[in-house]
Design a protein around this ligand. Structure first.
Ligand SMILES: Cc1ncc(COP(=O)(O)O)c(C=O)c1O
Length: 435
C-alpha cells in the first residue's frame, strides 16, 4: 500500500514538530532555522607546523619518514594496535586487510549492503564474493543472527561496518567469528573516536580499517590507516600496502602480489596533526547526536538512531526512521519540509544497497532469502539522514526494491554466483588462505 501523501495536511506534522499553530516553511511560513551554518574550521596552526617541518626533509617517502612515524604514534593514542600501516584511502585499508587475511578467489566475506562501496572493492579485487547480511532495524548495523545464517563452508571473513560512527554489536560478532574461525575486519571509516563498551572501535576484530577522506571526522584530503595486533595478519599489512615489498626483510623484494597504496609524507603530516583532534571532535559529535535523539524521541512517526547506552557514536551523520502512517506524510515530503525549514537532511543514505550497484551486482551473492519487508528494504523506504554535506548526494531512489527482485530472480537461476569470472581468473598468485 503506498504511504499516505501530505496535502495541506502538512499542518499535521507542523503541530507536532514545529510547534502548535505554526505554518511550515513549505506552506509559506517562516523558516525555523534562519541563520546559516558557520564555516567549519578544520585545520590551522598544528597542521601548518607539521607542513613547515616537512620542508626541511630530504625525502617525502613514507618509509622511515618522520611525519609517517608521528602519524603512527598519534594513531596508537586513538586506537592502540601493534602494526599500523598508513595508506592512500579507506578503500585501500580494507583491500590491504582482506589481502593480508589471505582472502582469495571464491572466498565469501559477509558484510552489510548499506555502506560505501569502498567496503567491498578490496573483496572484489581479491576475486572473493561479498555476501550481504541484513541489518538491525534501529542501528542499521549488521544483525549478528542474520550474519550467522549466511555462513557457509566458503565463508572466510566478516567486515563489520560501524555505520555513521555507531559501534556494531562487537560482542556477538567476535564470538561468531571465533566460533566459525572467521577473520573479523572492522571498517571504522566513519567511526573515528567511537567506543564500544568504553573501548575504541578497531580494538575488537583482527584488523581495523580507517578512512582519512575529506568528509571524515579527521582528514588529510584522502588517506587511510590499517592496523592490527594479530600475530599472523599484522606483520603483513605493510607489504600489502607497498607492492608486496617487505621493507624489514633482508633482501627480499615483492614477496606478495599487491598494489601500491602508500601514503606520502605531506598527507601524513596533515593526518598526524588531525589525529590529535580526534578526542574533542568525537566528544562533541557524541554530545550533539545524543541531544538530537533526546529532542526528537517521542515525536509521532519518528524513530531515532539507537546507540547502546554504554557506547559512544561519533555520528558521522545522524539517521532516523520515519513511519509515514503516524507522521501523516511520506519520507520524500518530510525531507522536503525539513529542508525548507533550513535543516540539512536527505532521504536515505546510499541511493541503492550495494547489491543493486550495477558494477558490483554480477560478482555478488545477495540477500537471496529476503523478500520485501526485510530491514534493509525498509531502510530504503523510511530512513532520513541528517547532518552531512551535499544533500544532492542523498536523494531517495525507489529503484532499490525493483533491483532486489531482479537480483533474487537471477540468484534463483544461479547466475549471480560470480563463479564464471572467478574460474577464469582463479589461477592468479594470491596469498595463502587463512584456514
Ligand atoms: C564505511 C566506509 N567504508 C569504506 C570507505 C572508503 O573510504 P575512502 O573513501 O577513504 O576510500 C568509506 C568512505 O566513505 C566508508 O564510509
Amino acid at each position: 500500500m503506498p504511504p499516505p501523501q501530505a496535502p495541506s495536511s502538512s499542518a499535521r506534522f507542523a503541530s507536532g514538530a514545529f510547534g502548535a499553530g505554526s505554518q511550515l516553511a513549505l506552506d509559506g511560513g517562516p523558516k525555523t532555522v534562519r541563520e546559516s551554518m558557520p564555516r567549519l574550521v578544520r585545520w590551522g596552526e598544528p597542521e601548518g607546523q607539521r607542513l613547515n617541518a616537512l620542508i626541511e626533509q630530504d625525502s617525502l617517502f613514507y618509509w622511515k619518514g618522520p611525519q609517517t612515524a608521528l602519524l603512527i604514534e598519534q594513531f596508537r593514542k586513538v586506537c592502540p594496535l601493534l602494526h599500523v600501516m598508513s595508506c592512500s584511502s579507506g578503500t585501500a585499508a580494507i583491500h590491504i586487510a582482506v589481502a593480508a587475511a589471505g582472502i582469495g578467489p571464491g572466498d565469501e566475506v559477509i558484510t552489510t549492503p548499506i555502506t560505501d562501496i569502498g567496503t567491498v572493492i578490496g573483496v572484489l579485487y581479491q576475486q572473493a564474493v561479498p555476501v550481504f547480511a541484513d541489518l538491525e532495524p534501529d542501528t542499521y548495523n549488521l544483525d549478528p543472527a542474520d550474519v550467522e545464517r549466511r555462513i557457509t563452508a566458503r565463508t572466510r571473513a566478516i567486515i563489520a561496518v560501524h555505520l555513521a560512527g555507531n559501534p556494531c554489536d562487537m560482542r556477538a560478532l567476535t564470538s561468531l567469528a571465533q566460533k566459525h574461525r572467521l577473520v573479523l575486519i572492522e571498517d571504522c571509516a566513519q567511526a573515528w573516536g567511537a567506543r564500544y563498551r568504553g573501548k575504541p572501535v578497531g580494538k575488537f576484530g583482527d584488523i581495523a580499517c580507517f578512512s582519512l577522506q575529506n568528509s571524515k571526522q579527521v582528514t588529510c584530503g584522502d588517506g587511510g590507516v590499517v592496523a592490527s595486533s594479530h600475530g599472523q595478519y599484522g606483520p603483513l599489512l605493510q607489504r600489502y600496502g607497498d607492492k608486496g615489498f617487505d621493507r624489514l626483510a633482508a633482501g627480499g623484494l615483492f614477496d606478495a602480489f599487491a598494489t601500491n597504496y602508500r601514503m606520502s609524507e605531506p598527507q601524513a603530516a596533515v593526518a598526524a596533526a588531525q589525529l590529535a583532534r580526534v578526542e574533542p571532535i568525537a566528544a562533541k559529535r557524541a554530545v550533539l547526536g545524543n541531544l538530537l535523539t533526546e529532542k526528537i524521541a517521542g515525536g509521532p512517526g519518528i524513530e531515532p538512531h539507537r546507540v547502546h547506552h554504554e557506547d559512544r557514536s561519533t555520528y558521522w551523520f545522524y539517521m532516523f526512521r520515519v513511519r509515514p502512517g503516524a507522521l501523516g506524510c511520506d519520507r520524500t515530503r518530510f525531507v522536503e519540509a525539513i529542508a525548507a525549514e533550513g535543516v540539512a537532511a536527505a532521504a536515505g543514505y546510499i541511493p541503492v544497497p550495494l547489491y543493486g550497484v550495477p558494477q558490483a551486482r554480477f560478482l555478488c551473492r545477495t540477500m537471496a532469502s529476503k523478500g520485501p519487508g526485510a530491514y534493509v528494504d525498509g531502510l530504503h523506504e523510511s530512513v532520513v539522514s541528517q547532518g552531512r554535506g551535499d544533500p544532492g548526494n542523498w536523494c531517495a531512489r525507489r529503484r532499490a526494491r525493483g533491483d532486489e527482485r531482479r537480483v533474487h530472480r537471477r540468484c534463483r537461476r544461479g547466475d549471480l554466483q560470480g563463479r564464471a569470472p572467478l574460474r577464469r581468473l582463479g589461477s592468479l598468485p594470491f596469498h595463502g588462505r587463512s584456514k
